[in-house]
Design a protein around this ligand. Sequence first.
Ligand SMILES: Nc1ncnc2c1ncn2[C@@H]1O[C@H](COP(=O)(O)OP(=O)(O)O)[C@@H](O)[C@H]1O
Ligand SMILES: [Mg+2]
Length: 263
Amino acid sequence: MSSSDPDSISAASVASVSKTYRQGSRSVDALRNVSLDVPRGRFVAVMGASGSGKSTLLHLMSGLTRPSSGEVQVDGQSIASLSDQQLTCFRRSRIGLVFQAFNLVPSLSARDNILFPLYAAGRSLESEGVLKELAEQLGIADRLHHLPDALSGGEQQRVAIARSLITNPAIVFADEPTGSLDSATGESICRLLRTLCDQQKRTIVMVTHEPSVAIWADSVVVLKDGAIVDQFPTQICGDAQSLAAKYQEIVTGVAAKLAETAG
Ligand SMILES: Nc1ncnc2c1ncn2[C@@H]1O[C@H](COP(=O)(O)OP(=O)(O)O)[C@@H](O)[C@H]1O
Ligand SMILES: [Mg+2]
């Protein structure tokens, strides 16, 4: 884990990773020989159709599941070398997770939801100031004593993002974080993620199928049928429409190529 230049270590990387799910006699190749490097401080969007393997890639990189083959490294740590128990500890301390469905505990206040990962990791809040600052940055400082039910969708997602950051993780993984929100609220969540990256050098990997969400990232990785078919910086797309066109071009281009080889 040591290096003279910490910036030279990627926040997360997967090398030649495949994942096959087996269900009885049936098996699904969810990922095929995927390699990806996420540099520190970068905001990466993973796009692809439903079933293309986006969540599987996120679950592998966040140590929620293990690959069938290949190597996953997070924060300089090889996942394969950790026992299940060590992996759980590592995940709790070094990885932040944000889901489409927020996944807040309904009987706990926003404050206790945010602090939950600290307690799960056997830690306690260093100081009230830490929580206060985080809540202020996320715009939920006056909502901390409410139960999730009393919060809007956007506020619930802000609480979930605060929860993902409370352990000061090396990387945050977000799976369709705007998927349950209206477009204006979704945009405010995108802006928040962008700010966390720009101002706090947070590393973020976000799954989305919406170009208007992906445009907020630094780069886009396109998955199709379990393989990475392209990667490009969002800079080359002026806006969400141009990103949508680029994405379509990639996906249909790959489909045409496949048809050609099949024919
Ligand atoms: N736990 C699982 N058991 C069996 N098949 C799964 C499991 N999780 C995902 N899959 C399959 O793997 C493929 C990729 O799924 P997923 O990663 O969830 O795609 P996405 O997030 O892009 O929609 C799909 O065909 C899906 O049905
Ligand atoms: Mg998914």
